[in-house]
Design a protein around this ligand. Structure first.
Ligand code: NAG
Ligand code: NAG
Ligand code: NAG
Length: 540
């Protein structure tokens, strides 16, 4: 349905804000020359060879998609000034946490950012300056696929003197494959990927969730894509198949080990050059893990191109190619897993946390926290049994569509992030009816202290003081129950309640916690609707 139903994406099609003022000031920085440098190692040569330039190329990110498209915004939802947003953002993490000495003690993980250049130097400059504000980004590698444009480190302004920047100008367009070849050269063990035409406003929160489980792919996806990706998950427990597709271009973390394994897979299972353009499809599916996806609205830096960056502008042929590669990647994975030697190439073990144990759902819009809930309105991927006998991904989608889950419009209006989007008029709806033990809550990027939480709903929630337990945690594993829950009469209405509570001093010295969970102490009779949450000093 996504190939024809373009109207399912209108709000997200173009959130393009006005940033031209910012751009014009930067124009004089750009110095392009045609002198290039070509990098050659064995792996490059083997990988580059089959890739011949092709005009009709399509790829998942639009880093090599050069056709003009003039999609004017139909319903710009987020009219914001990008420059203001960028200036207002800074990391809660400190440079001092990422020195070599500090890293040996504090469990933080330094990361290499991998960016691809194709066109729109200005956007790339914005992205580089922006991500360099985040001290966990210790290295930035730019791979420029455009041989008509040469770019250099001096073209960029970094916000942080601790970050190193290297630029590679490629003679050939390696498309998305260059993400992986570039990440394989990274100094650090983990890579951060982002296309130049997106602005990831959730750097700290995505990183915070990545720190919990660094081995998995962590990605930002727009709510509608989050739903869409549920249909592109493939499970077969007899064959140890448990995988899913995710886009990577809107901000994602992946381990260099997975990337290098992927390059090894490409070395053993040779793909035709047209398939290599879909490297992102093969990479995420061939990890044989469900990616850890967060669902949140995203900002594009491309006013003109807008949602061309996504795939909803694809024509039927392009969609068929995409589907064809999803199926091809899955079939090859299934076949390899079915024979014993496949386990060398592909990971048969499902990594923890298992799908049902993942409860991080969306970054808070202010990037200071993450929304958590165990209530998942979507079915577990294993509910669709993949027997490797379908002829089109539509067959897989059709089986998924028979299951019970929210429709597109419901999800657009009630996806997780609406609980933490600084807007009391938009609400997350749990879709499922909460039972005893179901919960929602927050993980904070920085620990906080609070003795009360205000919950805003659209429903009568006056009985919430008797409906929930409140628990806090430092690490997300050990939870301590708070006591004395009672509602505060100040600001009390049918749809707004402030719960006061006393929590045990888990930090021993200061009453700080990193996680809070509001857990149902009774079975509910209808879905929950949460529009906003407020704690001392933090309002989402
Ligand atoms: C670095 O980021 C801070 C915080 O947003 C901003 O105030 C400052 O101007 C930036 N500096 C540069 C060189 O971009
Ligand atoms: C595919 O395999 C499943 C399970 O073995 C079976 O139930 C189904 O009928 C098969 N479908 C086709 C189209 O062969
Ligand atoms: C709550 O619902 C669960 C699952 O439907 C049920 O097993 C349990 O008995 C219910 N508990 C109460 C106290 O009603």
């Amino acid at each position: 349905m996504f190939d024809t139903d373009q109207t399912s994406l209108p709000q997200y099609r173009n959130q393009a804000p006005i940033y031209s003022r910012f751009i014009s000031r930067r124009n004089n920085i750009i110095r392009l020359t045609l002198v290039g440098l070509l990098l050659g190692t064995t792996i490059w040569i083997t990988l580059i060879k089959p890739l011949v330039e092709s005009e009709s190329s399509i790829i998942l990110s639009d880093s090599a998609n050069a056709e003009k498209q003039n999609t004017e915004p139909t319903q710009p939802m987020w009219q914001i000034d990008i420059k203001e947003v960028i200036d207002g953002r800074f990391s809660l993490f400190k440079k001092e946490q990422f020195t070599e000495v500090a890293l040996n003690k504090n469990g933080m993980i330094p990361v290499t950012a991998v960016l691809l250049g194709w066109k729109r130097m200005e956007s790339l400059q914005i992205v580089v300056n922006y991500i360099s504000k985040y001290p966990f980004i210790k290295e930035i590698l730019i791979w420029n696929n455009n041989n008509k444009m040469r770019i250099y480190a001096k073209d960029f302004i970094l916000n942080n003197s601790e970050v190193t920047l290297n630029v590679f100008n490629s003679e050939k367009n390696l498309h998305d494959l260059s993400k992986y070849t570039t990440c394989s050269m990274a100094k650090y063990d983990y890579c951060y990927f982002q296309d130049y035409n997106w602005l990831n406003l959730y750097m700290d929160s995505l990183y915070t969730n990545f720190l919990n489980n660094p081995s998995l792919i962590h990605s930002n996806t727009m709510p509608i894509n989050y739903l869409e990706h549920k249909r592109w998950m493939f499970a077969n427990s007899d064959k140890n198949l448990h995988t899913g597709f995710t886009r990577l271009g809107c901000g994602s973390f992946a381990s260099r080990a997975k990337v290098q394994r992927f390059l090894g897979q490409l070395g053993s299972i040779s793909l035709m050059k047209d398939r290599l353009k879909f490297a992102d499809v093969y990479f995420s599916l061939w990890t044989n893990q469900y990616p850890y996806q967060l669902s949140n609205p995203l900002i594009t830096l491309d006013k003109k191109d807008g949602w061309k960056a996504g795939v909803n502008q694809w024509n039927v042929d392009q969609w068929n190619l995409f589907y064809n590669n999803i199926l091809d990647a899955t079939q090859k994975l299934y076949t390899a897993l079915a024979v014993k030697s496949g386990s060398e190439l592909f990971a048969p073990e499902e990594e923890q946390p298992y799908y049902n144990d993942r409860d991080t759902r969306a970054p808070c819009l202010n990037d200071n926290c993450l929304f958590l809930t165990n209530i998942d309105p979507f079915p577990h991927p294993s509910r669709v049994y993949y027997a490797n006998n379908i002829t089109h991904v539509h067959d897989q989608e059709a089986k998924f569509n028979e299951l019970d889950f929210p429709e597109n419009s419901f999800w657009e209006n009630h996806a997780y992030h609406h609980a933490v989007d600084l807007n009391e008029r938009t609400c997350w709806n749990s879709f499922k009816i909460p039972k005893i033990g179901d919960y929602f809550g927050l993980q904070f990027v920085e620990p906080i202290f609070s003795e009360k939480i205000t919950i805003v709903s659209t429903k009568d929630i006056r009985n919430f003081d008797a409906s929930f337990n409140i628990l806090v945690s430092l690490d997300g594993n050990e939870w301590l129950k708070c006591t004395g829950i009672h509602s505060d009469s100040i600001g009390y209405t049918f749809t707004r309640i402030t719960l006061k509570f006393n929590c045990p001093d888990i930090a021993k010295t200061k009453q700080l916690f990193n996680y809070i969970r509001v857990e149902a102490s009774r079975n509910f009779t209808e879905p929950l609707e949460i529009c906003s949450l407020m704690l001392d000093g933090l309002s989402v």
